[in-house]
Design a binder for this molecule. Sequence first.
Ligand code: SAH
Length: 350
Amino acid sequence: MSQTITRYDHDRESLAELLHEHPAYRVDQLWRGLYDDGLDVEAISTLPKGLRGDLATLLPAALENRVERISEGGETHKWLWGLPDGDAVETVLMHYTGRSTVCVSSQAGCAMACGFCATGQEGFRRHLTTGEIVEQVIRAREAAKPRRLSNVVFMGMGEPLANYDATWGAVRRIHADLGLSARHITMSTVGLIPGIRRMATEDLPISLAVSLHAATDELRNELVPINKRYPISDLADACQEYVDASGRRLSFEWALIDGVNDTEDQAKALASLCKRLRAHVNLIPLNPTPGYPTIGTSSDGVKQFQRWLLDRNTNATIRRNRGTDIDAACGQLRASQSSGEQSVAAPRRR
Ligand code: SAH
């Protein structure tokens, strides 16, 4: 299916082409309006009215605000956006002391089928375009004001490395046109080795996070099915390649599932992997999703798991579950808007 070209799919050259009959400064005005000021085309008052009308048709927005929720205190802000073809994706903006981070989606749905993930339970629908990803960042940047949007993480819906070209196109734009430094952009992946290797050849050393969740193939095959194709030892080699090429520290994401991946054996195996790769671990208790019959590890269990890692000289931070009160965690907003619950088999407790 051909996808609608929306306003942030254009780079400066293609905007210049659209305006080739107009003086060159019109391109600057349009560019400033879209990129620096995050305005709708109709609102770019430096452009003549007639031209604004024409451009508004040529440069439609990708995202229509369907649901918007702000948590108490305003620290978490979440959107469910309608896309031109009627699909929907989520974006979450989170404010911390000293930084504001937006979590963007890269696909509608996801083909990776991780049972504990709300998006994985939906299945894959389509890739997002570069413009659809960049627009999420722009909308969040505008909403963050007067705070400065400082970080972008590809941890929303979808597997970004399965949509490499569009995602990397967005990374370039976020860096070059929106001015975020490479280390403040984080790619989060389920562990697609070809994508990680390709990232190692790029000239932007962004941060890499791998959603590990299990440190033995036996358990990871069950939690993260793509592990059967890209097992842990090969994944570790690809990660090493990226760390060597980029000079960035690697992090592992680990959603703690009660009785499943919160054991001392897993902590031990994880610590030895981290030692080899000099990786850092982000721990988060599993967020409940409609289709998965298990719960997150208790807060004592999370602290115990962290202790096991720290005792083995492995750096591990506990992440707070942000925005559970507004369905902001992991695909919950979209899931709460659609009917039809699916069910995934429970993993065996260890
Ligand atoms: N596909 C990419 C990015 C999207 S998921 C990836 O796998 O990294 C972003 C993060 O949220 C991943 O670490 C993912 O494993 C985690 N996640 C998914 N469902 C979750 C849940 N129910 N609770 C906690 N973390 C979850």
